[in-house]
Design a protein around this ligand. Sequence first.
Ligand SMILES: Nc1ncnc2c1ncn2[C@@H]1O[C@H](COP(=O)(O)OP(=O)(O)O)[C@@H](O)[C@H]1O
Ligand SMILES: [Mg+2]
Length: 378
Amino acid sequence: MIKAGILGGGQLGRMLLQAAANYPVETFVMENDPHCPAAHLCHHFVKGDIRNFDDVYNFGKDLNAITIEIESVNEDALAKLQEEGVNVYPRPEALRIIKDKVKQKKYYEYFSIPTAPFIITQSAKDVAANQEFLPAVHKLGMGGYDGRGVQIIKSPDDIPKCFDEPGVLEKQINIHKEIAMIVAVNEAAQTTLYPPVDMVFDPLLNLLDYQVSPAELSENILWKAEAIALKVVKELKSPGIFAVELFIDKQGEVYVNETAPRVHNSGHHTIEANYSSQFDMLWRVILNYPLGNTAAILPAAIVNLLGEVGYTGDAVYDGLEEVLRMDNVFVHIYGKAQTKPGRKMGHVTIIGKDRQDLIFKKNRIKNTLKVISGKIDS
Ligand SMILES: Nc1ncnc2c1ncn2[C@@H]1O[C@H](COP(=O)(O)OP(=O)(O)O)[C@@H](O)[C@H]1O
Ligand SMILES: [Mg+2]
């Protein structure tokens, strides 16, 4: 049986393992925390640091295949494992480009892939020296995650917010909407695309509010988005699953924002809403089976369950029963014992033909299901 390892034991690893249970594969997970969401769903849990060369190398050396659920892994160890015959998804060369936003932007530029104009910056001084470029968005090259590592610099007054480390200063795009496209690539470089997802941000909180698939797009914009997503993935020359985040501006121009070389938050609905989920698909790629069918069974919305502000401690899922009584609603709790404000604790998928009904249910779920703890933070 094929032995496959996952670096990282969070919710993405957990959902990958749920899909792996359908296939002849022996699963391994490495992560520091033995109580992480994926720990008890794999055949073999290994405690270790995914950023450490020796830990990653020793974890991978007897495996047939290895994949990641987060970019911040030791890619030198992955490169050595690949040299020694382990199949790595995504390829370490592709991971190296993506994990540094500076390299990622240069990659888009090199292949003439539409992306927001940018300046590479070494320090906060470089931002201050380019005030004519504002309004812009300053992004940390390495190590940013989930919005940490991105600062909007509208005017010189915002310059103190920028990073004093290598990064990119991008022109602020006048965004009409944000979408994500998930693409699967197999060993033979065949590709298949999932229907795009609308990522809807809360304008007040500037946080992802919910996602709906398929995105509402004109044919003209859809083909541009598909062409860009395919080009992004093609030149990375790597099998795996890729999530390409795109901006559509007020003029209908499409730009790539960023790419993730792994299963992605914007694809969670594919578990219930598409014939082959992103997790199922990655196993098909890793195990060298035919690619699955990406078509939607029904439209879907995803609501993320974030730890409620004001609560830290043992997680309590207030309102869960009421949500479980709703039709065509699927609750995914990630099994994190401790909640804290904003922590990703789970998600809920709603499927249905009618978009209005999806939005109505998503609002009801947001108002009903809260991740809290026994008592309010003092
Ligand atoms: N060039 C840009 N113009 C306008 N908004 C942007 C730009 N770049 C990023 N943003 C906003 O910031 C959000 C986070 O940026 P992103 O690069 O996707 O970082 P993260 O790694 O946190 O997802 C985007 O989803 C978008 O709303
Ligand atoms: Mg992003």
